[in-house]
Structures are given as structure tokens and as C-alpha cells.
Design a protein around this ligand. Sequence first.
Ligand code: CNA
Ligand code: ZN
Length: 429
Amino acid sequence: MQQDSSAWRQSPAPSAAGKASPSSAFASFRLGASRFFQPKPLSPAEKKQANAELNILPDASVDSFVSYLKDHNCRKIVVMTGAGISTAAGIPDFRSPDTGLYANLAKYNLPYPEAVFSINYFRKSPKPFFTLAKELYPGCFRPTLSHYFIRVLAEEGMLLRCYTQNIDTLERVAGISDSHIVEAHGSFASARCVGRHPRIAESSGEETAWSDNESDDSDYAAIQESDYRACGREYSQEWVKDHVFNDKVPECTYCQGIVKPNITFFGESLPNRFHAMAGADLAVADALIVIGTSLKVHPFAGLINKVQPNVPRLLINMEVVGEEGSPHRGFDFTGEVQEYRRDALFLGSADAGCEKLAEMLGLSEKLHALMTDEHAKIDLAASLVVDGVEVATIVDEGAKVVDDADVAEKVTTEVEVAEIEDALRSVKL
Ligand code: CNA
Ligand code: ZN
């Protein structure tokens, strides 16, 4: 057990006889007095005034943050993103007051907005989620400047990892490598059946008692929730998408359970990859950039507290989020609460913030060239015929557009820039 050293230092030494001697009484008085006159402990802001080393950043400006990146040659930047980096692509976020999904869910008749992403509600009533999924489905949107900025950071060897809460797969479409991405809330890229089988049927060696004895309810009356195991059959994104676009709830061909895209709902645990990587990544990160998130969803939001206390952090968002007024948690843009001054803020759109970062890092030209090129490929794939081959179908496979090396190569090697420009004039998105 840890000893309380201050209490130990201040207690008067007893005399040999066990009584306090006059000198010890005086000492006791002096100690009491010095305790009384002890100077007030310095506030974190005063400590920072006295010790320049506590000022990791001199102020909360983007300029100071970028100077730090350059001066310290940061190569292990962790980027955390949320729905705000995809709104410019036309995908609504959750919580923006008029445009967010939560403000526009009336037509689904939900008991509360979050129900659309609640696993318990989904099991009972999957239709609202699939109706919404049709609107959000990947493959219909182009990545934003912010997505490409993250890719440029990776190509410059500056990115350790991008942790995204988004389920739209636009990081993949932007060409950020799988190894650099952690999809903390899963994605539409795969799906599995969330139906359940009675374990009893399995252990008794019977074939699927589930469907064979449907009429005989009494067999199941005594089965508890824990007697079930998840079906878990995997289905492809294309198979699910087919159902969703035909307004059908996708049902497992094996057990008739609902097939759910592997996105994390409220009430479900996050993917293993998140748990396996977050702790180690954040511990060694040399800078953190948080873009387009309300930081309301945990455990993701708590990642900002996992970097070392002297690692600088930048928030790029339409509104200030994540301040908790705590010495150990949340952002501290004023530098008055936490030991180190290290938080910077860009209040505005994700794209404007990333544009500014790119400019200051000398990466602007590369970023714009990359985005123009990638958007052209996506547009082409959506509407063009290359060498007599109809590639319009490729757009249906969304994330594959960039991943599919053959197609990408074909588009870049066989179509001249002039052709792309001509083609773009005729593109109908
Ligand atoms: P949120 O709670 O809706 O917050 C979005 C935040 O971004 C808000 O603070 C906005 O002010 C801000 N914002 C909106 N537009 C911009 C912009 N152009 N530039 C900068 N900031 C902007 O969303 P979170 O991501 O914080 O919440 C986590 C949820 C949302 C996750 O579980 C996601 O799966 C879920 N979600 C994802 C998507 C997607 O994949 N694109 C869309 C909607 C919701
Ligand atoms: Zn099933």
C-alpha cells in the first residue's frame, strides 16, 4: 500500500516518554504554521507559464500544429474520422441539426432515433434500417478531399493509422491501403446472418429442429436465450445490396434469419481489429488529427485520451466537441486545464481543414492531382465504354472501382487524358 508521505512528514516526533517535549511542541507549531502559509499550488496555466516545456504548442492554431509536425518530423500520425468527412460526398451525418439522419427519421416511425442502429430493435423490426441503408449504400458516392488527404499522408509515410467510424467504405474507395484503415464500426463490405439456432437441436444430433418442427411450439417453450447459438453465415455485399435495392429484407437461405451488413450497431461489440490495434497505435502515435465527428459514441471517442499526454492533437470540425474540462480527459483548447498545452482547433469543414493542412505541408498540388485523377477514374467507370467493354457495371461494385487493378490500369493506360476530358463532359452522375 502506498504511504501518505505528507502526513508522515508533518506528524510531530513523540518524546522518549511518550509526551511531547517543549521543543517538539514548538516544532509542531512551526509545522502547523508552515502548513498554514504553504503557497497555493500553481494552476496548470501558471505551471505552463513557469515551464515552457509544458507548452507543446504555443497556442491552439493550425499553424502551430503544423509547425510541430514539421519540427518533429512526425511519421506516426493517427487520424480519427467520423461522418463529417463524408457529408461533402452527399452522405448525411447523424447529428447535424437539420441535415443529419436523426433529424430526418420521422418517416420510419422509430421509438427514438438511435433505434435504427440498435441491434435489439433491428431483430424485431429490420425494415427501417434497410430502407435507410438503400440511401447510404456504398458505390453511389465519391470520396472527398479529406479522404484523399489521408491517403496522401499515408503515401508520404506520415500516417500510422486511420480509425474511422464511417461505414461508407470511402476510405477504401479513396485507395487508402487496408493496413492503414481500422473500420471501428465495421462496414457494408461484408454481411452475416444474425439469426439463431437452438443449441438443443445441435447437441441432440437432430437436423434443423428449427424448421422441421415449426408447428410444435411446445418443444421450444422451455428454451432460454442462452440455449441459442448465432447462425453467422456469411453473405457478400453484392447479395445483400441486391435485396436492399429491391426493397427486400435479406433473409438467410439456411435459417431465414436476417442477414445484416457487418456494421456495428448500438449494443454490439466493436470488431476485433479495433480492440487488437487501438491501444498499441495510440500509445506510440506522435500526433493525432480528429476530423468530422461529434465524439459522442464510445469507446471510439475515448481514443483521444489514449495518446501520450504530451502528444499534440488537432480537431477539424464544424463545431467544438470533446471538451470535458478534465485534467486527464477530452480536449483542452484553452490550455488551462491539462498539464500540457497541446490541443489545436480548426473550426470549419473537414475539406477546408485538410486543404489548409495540405497547403502548409507542401502537399496541396499532389492532393489535388490525386483527387482529380481518382474522381475521373470513378466517373469513367460509372459511365464509359473502354475498348468496347461496357464498364458501367463496375460502379455497382463501388469499393472495387479502385481496388480492381485490371480496371484501374486499363483506365489509366488505355485512355488518354484528352479522352478522359472529353468523356467527363458527357458524364451523367
Ligand atoms: P455525428 O454524431 O453525426 O457527428 C458528425 C460531426 O461532424 C458533427 O460534430 C458535425 O458538426 C460534424 N460535421 C458535419 N459535417 C461536417 C463537415 N463537412 N466538416 C466538418 N465537420 C462536419 O457522427 P459521428 O461520426 O461522430 O458518429 C458516429 C456514428 C455515425 C458512427 O457510428 C457512424 O457509423 C455513423 N454514421 C456514419 C456515416 C457514414 O459512414 N458516412 C453516416 C452517418 C452516420
Ligand atoms: Zn442463418
